[in-house]
Design a protein around this ligand. Structure first.
Ligand code: UDP
Length: 364
């Protein structure tokens, strides 16, 4: 059996790797390693996806910066990899955990397989530090599992050999589909939220990116306030990311409107329910753009640059940036039109993890 180490550290990585862990657990000698970059956002997911990481490096600390994270994580990843001696290391996406795991594997000359390879905004600071992280991982990886043809083209433009790239779709769609068929849990807080937003229109908003901390976030809140004033039937639901910068901005702006409802982050299955329940989404998150597409929801992307051009081309996504007027204008245009949206398979059909598994078993 191939010995595989799969590394993750944040909520999106766990969501996107859970389907692959499921596919690989019985057919490879698999070790799962959680760096602990996210703690409280990550833990509910293990119960949901039914696995416990074999190793937890527990590196989460309040307000640690990228220097702290790097200097703490590298020696621990080195020790774990020397101990496990995997044949392959799998990393996902573009977090600092993924990049440092890929770098550690490279230093130890262990081949790296990269899931969700080839996303590019072509702007080194947006998203920060993810654009650099993913470029670096592409330089290291020996196999690149790209979610879309566009991602494959990005890699080939950088000189990656075509036979090292497999287009699979995004594993987030697998994760999403696996939960859609589960019976809904009867959670009192969720039921109350559904009740509160049962009449009129609902928008779901999330903001957490580093480049939106400070003034951009305040501009976004101002746009939300104006939209609530313009549309008396609108309710805006915001699961608030635990990042202190996000919390501080909310505190500073004091958006006092009873139709602006802030909640703690919810477990993934509940969040999917909220997307389904909403009329449109405002977000700077990557994963939520893909999920919105799979569920056929209009999504306004609160970023200046995108690495998900497919979403804009499909008409489901609009890049609004963080300018208040621009956000209000684009959302207003949508709300005043009778634009119909429908489910889209640009990010895959729910078989990405299966394709990756087959490649690993048959081609490596
Ligand atoms: N998510 C969640 N609960 C929430 C908010 C988001 O489970 O309250 C999920 C969401 O569905 C998506 C992922 O978290 O799959 C996105 O994580 P994040 O926005 O932190 O990262 P990004 O996608 O930008 O890398």
């Amino acid at each position: 059996m191939k010995k595989i180490l799969i590394v993750f550290g944040t909520r999106p990585e766990i969501i996107k790797l859970a389907p692959l862990i499921d596919e690989l657990k019985n057919v490879t000698d698999l070790t799962t390693l959680h760096t602990g970059q996210h703690k409280e956002l990550a833990e509910p997911l293990f119960g949901l996806f039914n696995f416990v990481p074999d190793i937890d490096l527990k590196i989460m600390k309040e307000s640690q910066d990228l220097f702290d994270l790097t200097t703490k994580l590298l020696p621990r990843l080195k020790a774990a990899m020397i101990d496990i001696k995997p044949d392959y290391v799998i990393v996902q996406g573009d977090t600092t955990s993924s990049y440092l795991a890929a770098l550690s594997a490279f230093f130890l000359q262990i081949p790296v397989l990269h899931v969700e390879a080839g996303l590019r905004s072509h702007s080194i600071y947006e998203p920060f530090p993810e654009e650099l992280n993913r470029r670096q991982i592409s330089g290291i990886a020996s196999v690149h599992f790209a979610a879309t043809q566009l991602n494959k083209q990005n890699l080939m433009r950088e000189g990656v050999n075509e036979d090292r790239i497999l287009v699979t779709g995004n594993t987030v769609v697998d994760a999403l589909y696996s939960l859609l068929n589960l019976p809904q849990d009867n959670n009192a807080a969720m039921n109350k939220l559904m009740e509160q937003t049962s009449k009129g229109r609902t928008a779901l908003i999330t903001v957490h990116r580093r480049e939106n901390h400070g003034q951009p976030f305040l501009n976004i809140l101002k746009a939300v306030e104006q939209l609530l004033e313009l549309y008396p039937d609108l309710k805006v639901l915001m699961p608030v990311h635990p990042n202190p910068n996000v919390q501080n901005a909310l505190h500073e702006y004091e958006l006092r409107n009873s139709r602006f409802i802030t909640i703690f982050p919810v477990r993934y299955d509940q969040f999917i329910r909220l997307i389904q329940h909403s009329n449109f989404i405002l977000t700077d998150s990557g994963g939520i753009q893909e999920e919105s597409a799979a569920l056929g929801k209009k999504v306004f992307v609160l970023r200046n640059k995108t690495e998900r051009q497919e979403l804009l081309d499909s008409g489901l996504g609009e890049l609004t940036g963080t300018d208040t007027e621009q956000i209000v204008n684009r959302v207003t245009e949508f709300l005043n039109s009778d634009q119909k949206t429908s489910k889209n398979r640009i990010y895959g059909d729910g078989t990405a993890a299966q394709k990756i598994r087959n490649f690993i078993l048959d081609q490596l």
